[in-house]
Ligand binder design. Sequence first.
Ligand SMILES: *Cc1c(COP(=O)(O)O)cnc(C)c1O
Length: 495
Amino acid sequence: MDLRYKSTRDSGLRICASEAILKGLSFDGGLFVPEKLPVLDVSMDELKDMTYQETAYAVMKQFLTDFTEEELKGCIARAYDGKFDTEEIAPLAKVGDTYFLELFHGATIAFKDMALSILPHLMTTAAKKNHVENEIVILTATSGDTGKAALAGFADVEGTRIIVFYPKNGVSKVQELQMTTQKGGNVKVVAIHGNFDDAQSGVKAIFEDKELAKELEEKGYQFSSANSINIGRLVPQVVYYVYAYAKLLSNGEIQDGEKINVAVPTGNFGNILAAYYAKQMGVPIGKLICASNENKVLFDFFGTGTYDRNREFVLTSSPSMDILVSSNLERLIYLITGEDSGKTKELMDGLKGNGSYSITEEMAEKLKDFEAGFATEEDTAGCIRRVYEKTGYVLDTHTAVAAYVCEQYQSKSKDLAKCVVASTASPYKFAKSVMTAIDGKYENVKDFELLNELESVSGVDMPQAIKDILDAKIVHTLECDSDKMKETVKTLLCV
Ligand SMILES: *Cc1c(COP(=O)(O)O)cnc(C)c1O
């Protein structure tokens, strides 16, 4: 039976997975969601002996039912290969009593690689299946990591182009260089004068512009999205939670059926939503711990039932989580309204109009699986230092936010379940913040000298992704105002 997808703003819509991947966002502004969350049809006993690629197939085939076995296995094989620096793809590091699920072993050393290595293959396969003749134009707003991972994934992929927008002063030096040095005949990178939310709203507005879509169609283009709203990104992220549980089991760390908690450093709510989907699929996950930095909209939401983006945007040392509008939350909202697309639309209109909305008590009742916390800049740095001094393991800033929130939860709740922390970036990506957290003496050392210091402090070899940018040439210098993104896109595509 084919699993079909509907829109969070139109429960009557039905399209297949490959169409949802091609479209990215629904024309009504909603996000695509499976009409029913699938359940794993293989046992943990089978899963525990599977490779990452085999696990990926077992999970993804349940969601992408209109892909043939050959198509899906082909996509998986091309995605999870030598681009990752370990055969395990997503290794689990036991540090003290905590398990860090390292999602940063791909081409750009952040967890976005887990999904963006496969998305281009899912998308080109989907295009073939749907007889798409147009060139697919990927538009992406990034808070730093998505941009590079999408560029790396789509560079020189036939039949596609990619345009990435990032906030000019909102990403780390390494992140910016990773993007502005990106090679590929089909890639464009634009710095906008604004923050990530401006970039994201701009991209969303372009997607919702029917006039523009028509103009592009005439020129042989169609848009799609590599942002985490694309179901083709969400689904591959479910895989590593299943894999992590199976690994814990095969390593004898847990008993079959034993509940674990999962702590996720959260921005756009994609990664933690994938963990929630894994739970719905049957993985024994107890609490989903949603960790925010000082942009703690989600912490406030889970505490009060009101989502309110009307607040100051804070630039933190975990920039990939500097987000006030967590797009993927809409999928959870849709579920807790009882899949009521009218109600969901009303709440999202409130967010667009007033910048806020409140859920009912009845809806809040359905959020019991989630715990939320946040870490200040000081908490984050303190956590990096403490973990390093105790164990020698070096956390990146994003991961440290989750590790801190996880610790807080454990001491407050006395919940003894084992905890897996999603480890979303290599410390090399945020070397300055990481090193100054470990020792204030690094405050005045230049970014790039710190990389060598980090190598000796952590004992972890400098990743290839870092070596690559050290002497690469900057090839992208375009900038634009955040209200000129549409014009910029038209110019770049000569429309
Ligand atoms: C994107 C990102 C996050 C946030 O993930 P979401 O799925 O947007 O919640 C956390 N850490 C890092 C390093 C990231 O790149």
